[in-house]
Design a protein around this ligand. Structure first.
Ligand SMILES: [Zn+2]
Length: 348
C-alpha cells in the first residue's frame, strides 16, 4: 500500500511510497484511510525539526489527524464495517507513570509516551491503518470529511478544561475570552468557546480575508495589532501562537484572577519584557499561566460532541486546500493563507 513517510530529523525526506500492509500488532480494527489533515507538527517533522521513527526503523508514517472507514472491525463488538472513525494520537508509557496508569496519558510524567505519526508509532497517512478498539472513536456520518477536525478539537477541549480547573480555585464567573492566533486551533477554540455562551474575541495578524470573516461569522470580535490595544482585560486568554511578544502581552493584559492557557509551541525570540516584571504582574493579579498539550479519551469524547454541534458550513470553510497524497510534499509546505490542508486518500 501507499503511505506518506519521512525520515525524522532529516529535512526534505518526505516520500509517497509503497510500504507493507499495517502490522496486526497495531490493532485489531482495519481501517481504509479517507483523509488526513496536516498541522504544524507535521510540517515541523517534514522540516526535520521533530519526530521519532519506530524503534529499529529509519522512517515514520506521518499523520495524526485522521478520518477513515472501518473495513474489518475484527473481534471488536462496538465497531462495524463502514463506520467512520478517527484514531487517538498518544499511547501511555510502558512503565507506566502515575498519570498514564490512570488513563491521563496526555499528562504523562516521564516522557516515555508514544504518539502515532509523531513519536515512535506509525501515523495515519497510509491507504490502510490499524487501530486498537480502545483508541478508535466513531465519527458521526453527518460530519463527513469534517471528521478530520476532531483531533484539533480535542486539544482545545483539554485546554479549556485546564482553564476551568485553574479558574475554580476561587469564585470565578468568566465573561470574556481572548484567543490569540487564527489558525485552525484558534478558530476552533473560538467556535467551541462560543458554544459555552462566553464573549469571544480573537486577535491575529491580518486585517481582512477569510480569517476575520470566519470570526465574525461566529458572532465573535476580531482584533488585529497589539493585545494592549484591545480595550478590555480578558478573563481568559488561550494563546495559540507561541510568539514571545504575544505571550508577554497576554500576561500584561489578562484581568485580575484571570487564566492564560498556552497552547502554542515556539522557540527563541527576544525577551521584550523582563521576566521579573511579568512575574510581578502575575503575582499582583492572582493569575494562572498554564500549559496544555495533547488530549486523553475524555477530551476525545467531549470533542466529538462539540464538533457535532458546530455549523457544518462554517467548519467546511476551515479546510482551504485538498491535496492528493502524491502531492504530500507541497501539502506539507508552509503557506500562510491556508487554514487546514487535508490530504484525501479515498472518497467519502
Ligand atoms: Zn506516562
Amino acid at each position: 500500500m501507499k503511505a506518506i513517510t519521512v525520515e525524522p530529523g532529516n529535512p526534505g525526506t518526505v516520500r509517497y511510497e509503497d510500504i507493507p500492509e499495517p502490522d496486526e500488532r497495531e490493532g485489531s480494527i482495519l481501517v481504509e484511510a479517507i483523509a488526513a489533515a496536516v498541522c504544524g507538527t507535521d510540517i515541523e517533522i517534514a522540516e526535520g525539526k521533530y519526530g521519532w521513527a519506530p524503534p529499529g526503523k529509519t522512517r515514520l508514517v506521518l499523520g495524526h489527524e485522521a478520518l477513515g472507514r472501518v473495513i474489518d472491525p475484527g473481534p471488536s463488538s462496538s465497531f462495524k464495517k463502514g463506520d467512520l472513525v478517527s484514531g487517538m494520537v498518544r499511547r501511555p508509557d510502558p512503565v507506566p507513570c502515575p498519570n498514564c496508569a490512570v488513563g491521563e496519558y496526555d499528562m504523562c510524567r516521564n516522557g516515555q509516551y508514544t504518539e502515532r505519526g509523531i513519536k515512535e508509532i506509525n501515523g495515519y497517512m497510509s491507504e490502510r491503518w490499524r487501530i486498537e478498539p480502545e483508541y478508535a472513536i466513531k465519527v458521526d456520518p453527518s460530519l463527513g470529511i469534517l471528521g478530520v477536525l476532531l483531533e484539533p478539537t480535542t486539544v482545545i477541549i483539554k485546554a479549556l478544561e485546564q482553564v476551568i480547573a485553574a479558574g475554580q480555585r476561587s469564585f470565578w464567573e468568566p465573561k470574556t475570552i481572548l484567543i490569540t492566533g487564527a489558525g485552525p486551533i484558534g478558530l476552533l477554540a473560538a467556535a467551541v468557546a462560543n458554544l459555552a455562551g462566553i464573549e469571544v474575541h480573537i486577535l491575529a495578524r491580518g486585517k481582512t480575508g477569510l480569517k476575520p470573516d470566519l470570526v465574525r461569522a461566529l458572532g465573535a470580535t476580531y482584533h488585529s495589532g497589539s493585545i494592549l490595544d484591545i480595550g478590555f482585560e480578558p478573563d481568559v486568554i488561550v494563546e495559540c501562537t507561541g510568539v514571545g511578544s504575544v505571550i508577554a502581552e497576554s500576561i500584561q493584559k489578562i484581568g485580575a484572577g484571570g487564566v492564560i492557557c498556552l497552547t502554542g509551541v515556539g522557540t527563541g525570540g527576544i525577551a521584550p519584557r523582563a521576566t521579573a516584571d511579568l512575574a510581578a504582574a502575575v503575582v499582583l493579579k492572582n493569575n494562572v499561566v498554564v500549559g496544555s498539550v495533547n488530549a486523553n479519551k475524555r477530551h476525545w469524547f467531549k470533542a466529538n460532541d462539540r464538533l457535532n454541534r458546530l455549523d457544518r458550513e462554517w467548519l467546511s470553510r476551515l479546510i482551504t486546500r485538498y491535496e492528493k497524497p502524491e502531492n504530500s510534499e507541497q501539502a506539507l509546505g508552509k503557506n500562510p493563507d491556508d487554514i487546514k490542508v487535508v490530504i484525501r486518500f479515498s472518497e467519502i
